[in-house]
Design a protein around this ligand. Sequence first.
Ligand SMILES: C[S@@+](CC[C@H](N)C(=O)[O-])C[C@H]1O[C@@H](n2cnc3c(N)ncnc32)[C@H](O)[C@@H]1O
Length: 241
Amino acid sequence: MSTEVQQAIVGVWEKYEDEEWRKDQSHWRGVGRWKDDARWQAIGQGTLAKFRMIWRHLGRPPFPEPLVALEWGPGGGSNLLAMRRHCRAYFGVDIAASNLAECGRMIAEEGYGDLLRPVLLTAEPHTIAESVTEKLDLFISTAVFQHFPSKSYGGDVLKAVSGLCKPGAIGVVQIRYDNGNEKFAPISEISQYKKKHITANSYQIDEFWNLLRESGFQPIMISDINSAVNYATFYFQKSAA
Ligand SMILES: C[S@@+](CC[C@H](N)C(=O)[O-])C[C@H]1O[C@@H](n2cnc3c(N)ncnc32)[C@H](O)[C@@H]1O
């Protein structure tokens, strides 16, 4: 990945000129749309419900504890808050140091200050392997893959995480899907990132399913298709070695 790509992403998620807007876009508790705390907590509660659902679907006993989780792009930490009682370590990988700091502040205020392992992404996705010191049980990413600079970048993220997962680890990842609607078409060059970062990346449904397979995961199901915003949530597990 070029420095230009890294700078373009950091330029939005860390250095955007309107800080209040950036915090709102990063889903900070109590900011902008998220002054409504129930609305903010609903992000994480929805994620937790999805993990419970996939656990039941696979016939696994209710959450064995403690789990090791990794979230790609935790933002203000709504998923972190919801998952706190089920995890003993929670790696938060983010491109923005200020978002990781906010996660740390928020979760310490909730009395779980030891849980978060912040990982600042400063280069290619595979470089996180140096910082993620434990094998993973859970992989979470909501409202992030749509902000990647390319489809292949998302593939690099999946492969990086896959290499860190225990066999049978469960992933829940939300993407924007590409159904030909021009609004959600992926950008074709990085110079478009700042203007189009909200809808920078998307995948056809079968394309993402196959990308999961190519990345060492076994796809299980898809839920929550929302055609207003082209969201879909994929569930998958790490294939046996
Ligand atoms: C819309 S927020 C989503 C926050 C959280 N996942 C949620 O659902 O509330 C997007 C987050 O992804 C982070 N992000 C954007 N691009 C990233 C990248 N390439 N790698 C890691 N994090 C990234 C942003 O800094 C921000 O924290």
